[in-house]
Design a protein around this ligand. Sequence first.
Ligand SMILES: [Zn+2]
Ligand SMILES: [Zn+2]
Length: 153
Amino acid sequence: MLHSDEAAALREQGHRLTPQRLIVLEIVKRSGQHLTAEDIHAAILPQHPYVNIATVYRTLQWLQEVGLVAPIAIGGGPLHYEYVHGKTHHHLVCQDCGYEQEIGDDLLDVLKTQLQERYAFTAQLNHLAIPGLCAACRQAASNHAPQAQEHQP
Ligand SMILES: [Zn+2]
Ligand SMILES: [Zn+2]
C-alpha cells in the first residue's frame, strides 16, 4: 500500500486521497515501469470493475500535478507514466530492441546551462526518452552493413 508518509504529506497539502487515486498510484508505483493509461486500467479492472478509463486519465493528470507521476513519450506511441521519487531522471531508449537505460539529470544540467547562457532559455527537461541505438544493436547493424561496392568504370 501507499507509504503512509507519502499519504500523510498529500493530506497535509490539502489533497483528497480518493480510493481511485490510491489505486492508480499504487499500480504505477508497484510496477516500477512505464505504463500507459490502458495498461493501468487493465490492471485495475479485475478488482475494481467500476473504475473507467476516463477516471484513470483524470487521476494520472492529478498525480502529475502533485509530482508523483511523470509522463514520458516513447517513440510515436501513447504516453507512458512512471512513478517518480522526487528525483529527475531520463531514459535512453533503443529504437531497435527497446533496451532502456535510466540516466540521471546531471548530463542534462550541462545542456540546460548552455541553453540558458546562449539563448536565455530556461529549458524544462523532465523525464525525457532519448531515442537511439544501444551498443548491441549498433554492433549488429555494422556487422550486417552491405560491403562497399567498388565503382566500375
Ligand atoms: Zn522514467
Ligand atoms: Zn538495441
